[in-house]
Design a protein around this ligand. Structure first.
Ligand code: ZN
Length: 285
């Protein structure tokens, strides 16, 4: 059987605003509703950031706790992945939500340029975040903005800094970082298979108009893929995406076209080596 495709939905991110697209979910209630619709459409991982009362990115663990609780209640089985990305906090504040023991968290293992600034991931912070993920049994998703990040993940695995075989996500199309280059994409896949085994799972995300391009490359090449409003708020140049679910449905259509089954949350958990059932809902404080 063809391997099922895991669809990850990055619901909010740090940058998109209601001015960019009124359907971007900002409050916890909006985030839970948007994720629920995306989950019903076929997404099995929700990659999550939280915003403060003004809509600005934050790493506030209390907000993450409320979001995680809402998602586990309304989307049973969904894989909750919290962002430790550098746009929403500085230093160790980026990992302040890891004691919530989400199924997964994103982990950047090197630095690179972003559209208007440097995306800083100093080695000591990377090691600290990775250590916290081992401590709280959180599976990292390695965000590979560059080839060196894939090799760094192998080095960290060899050094015992990652508990299990890394799950790598290639991110392509960020301005001033790696573009959506087909040859590089193929080399990324070959590198993952060489370093982590022919059966290693991988995923990719494209930014803006490259989202649908990467979705198709991933589905066709047997990988998993990410969609959602964090990376892109449009269906095409002239049309705003009406919801995260609409972006998920584009990937489901691609899976149909390439005869890839869409992974259930049970299949996704098994493929990624996650707990068969989600962690406990955080007790109300
Ligand atoms: Zn993110």
């Amino acid at each position: 059987m063809t391997q099922p495709c895991i669809i990850c939905v990055a619901i909010t991110g740090s940058l998109p605003t209601k001015e960019n697209n009124p359907a971007v979910p900002i409050t916890i209630t909006e985030q839970v509703e948007s994720t629920h619709a995306a989950f019903e459409a076929g997404a099995t991982i929700a990659h999550c950031h939280v915003r403060d009362d003004e809509g600005k990115p934050t790493s506030d663990p209390d907000r993450f706790a409320r979001l995680k609780e809402g998602l586990q209640k309304h989307c049973p089985g969904l894989i909750v992945q919290l962002s430790t990305g550098g746009r929403s906090g500085a230093g160790q504040a980026r990992g302040g939500m890891l004691p919530l023991r989400p199924d997964m968290a994103s982990l950047s293992v090197g630095s690179n340029n972003f559209p208007t600034r440097v995306y800083e991931n100093p080695p000591d912070l990377v090691d600290w975040l990775a250590g916290e993920m081992i401590r709280y049994d959180v599976k990292p998703e390695i965000e590979a903005f560059d080839l060196s990040h894939i090799l760094k993940a192998r080095e960290m695995w060899d050094q015992g800094k990652l508990k299990s075989r890394p799950y790598i996500q290639f991110v392509m199309g960020v301005k001033n970082a790696m573009p959506a280059d087909r040859h590089v994409f193929d080399y990324y896949i070959a590198t993952v298979k060489r370093l982590f085994g022919a059966d290693a799972q991988w995923c990719a995300a494209g930014i803006g108009p490259e989202q649908i391009v990467l979705n198709e490359w991933c589905v066709a090449a047997g990988g998993h893929t990410r969609t959602g409003m964090e990376d892109n708020v449009r269906l095409d140049r002239h049309t705003l995406a009406p919801s995260n679910a609409a972006l998920v449905r584009r990937v489901v259509d691609l899976c149909d076209r390439y005869e890839r089954p869409v992974a259930t949350w049970q299949q996704a958990r098994a493929m990624l080596g996650l707990r068969a059932t989600p962690g406990p809902v955080a007790a109300a404080a």
